[in-house]
Design a protein around this ligand. Structure first.
Ligand SMILES: Nc1ncnc2c1ncn2[C@@H]1O[C@H](COP(=O)(O)OP(=O)(O)OP(=O)(O)O)[C@@H](O)[C@H]1O
Ligand SMILES: [Mg+2]
Length: 228
C-alpha cells in the first residue's frame, strides 16, 4: 500500500455511514447495498459505477457511503475517483491528489503505490491523480482495462465515482466495463427528461442498470439533513 490517510474529511460530502451507523440514512445505504448484491442473479457484482444525469446530484456522496457500508461487511473495498474532470474523493478523505489513477494509467507508479488506506476498516481509496487533458481517452485505454483486472484481483468490491452522464462520455465508457451501474437522481434537481436521457445513454453503452437512488427526498416532519 502506497500511502496512509492522515486526517478526517474536509469536504462537504459526509461519511455518514461511518460516523452515524444508526442514522436512518445509513440504513438506506445498507438497503441499497442489499438490493445491489441480490439484484444480480446470473453474475456476481464486483464493480459498481455511480453516476447521475447532471452535476451536484449526489454521486460522490452515494459512492462514498455505499463503499463504506460494503466495507462494513468485512470485504475489501476500493473506492475510485474516475471523475477526472472535477475530482473530489481526495477532499472527502483529505488525501493528497498528486498521485492517483491518472499516474497509474500513465505507468508513472504501480497501482498499489497510488492507492491510499483510509481510517475506515477495509476501505481503500484511489484518488483521481492530476487532472488530464484527455479523460475519456484515458478511461477507454487498454491501460485502464489492465488496472481494472488488477483491482478485481485485489478487492471484493470496486466502487467508481464518475462525472455526470449527460455532460461527457466518461460515464458511458466506464459503464460498459463495470458489472453494474447505479443512477442517482436528485428529487430536488433532476428533471424527468434528464433522468430518462441518462438511462437511455447508459443502456446504449450496454450497462447493467442495478437501480436508481432517489437522493435528497424532502420530508416535512422529523426531517433530518440527509435523506436518500
Ligand atoms: N441526501 C442528501 N442530503 C443532503 N445533502 C446532500 C445529499 N446528497 C448530497 N448532498 C450534498 O450535495 C452536495 C453535492 O453532493 P455530491 O458532491 O455527492 O454530488 P455530485 O453528484 O458528486 O456532484 P459533482 O457533479 O459536482 O461531482 C454536497 O455538498 C453534499 O453534501
Ligand atoms: Mg462528485
Amino acid at each position: 500500500m502506497g500511502r496512509k490517510q492522515k486526517n478526517k474529511s474536509k469536504n462537504s460530502v459526509e461519511l455518514l455511514a461511518h460516523n452515524f451507523p444508526r442514522m436512518s440514512v445509513t440504513e438506506q445505504y445498507r438497503l441499497i447495498r442489499t438490493n445491489i448484491l441480490y439484484s444480480a442473479v446470473d453474475k456476481e457484482i464486483k464493480s459498481i459505477m455511480i453516476t447521475s444525469p447532471e452535476q451536484g446530484e449526489g454521486k460522490s456522496t452515494t459512492a462514498t457511503n455505499l463503499a463504506i457500508v460494503l466495507a462494513q461487511q468485512g470485504k475489501k473495498v476500493l473506492l475510485v475517483d474516475t471523475d477526472l474532470r472535477k475530482p473530489s474523493l481526495h477532499l472527502v478523505f483529505n488525501i493528497s491528489n498528486q498521485i492517483g489513477l491518472t499516474s497509474a494509467l500513465r505507468k508513472e507508479v504501480y497501482l498499489d503505490e497510488a492507492i491510499t488506506k483510509t481510517y475506515i476498516p477495509h476501505l481503500d481509496v484511489l484518488t483521481s491523480g492530476p487532472i488530464p487533458l484527455n479523460p475519456s481517452e484515458l478511461l477507454n485505454s487498454n491501460s485502464m482495462k489492465v488496472l481494472m483486472k488488477e483491482m478485481y484481483t485485489d478487492y471484493h468490491f470496486i466502487v467508481f465515482d464518475t462525472p455526470p452522464a449527460l455532460s461527457v462520455t466518461d460515464a458511458q465508457v466506464l459503464a460498459n466495463q463495470c458489472d453494474g451501474v447505479v443512477l442517482v437522481i436528485s428529487s430536488r434537481k433532476t428533471l424527468k427528461n434528464a433522468a430518462l436521457e441518462a438511462k437511455e445513454l447508459l443502456e446504449k453503452a450496454q450497462a447493467q442498470l442495478l437501480g436508481v437512488v432517489l437522493n435528497r427526498i424532502e420530508r416535512k416532519r422529523g426531517s433530518r439533513k440527509y435523506h436518500v
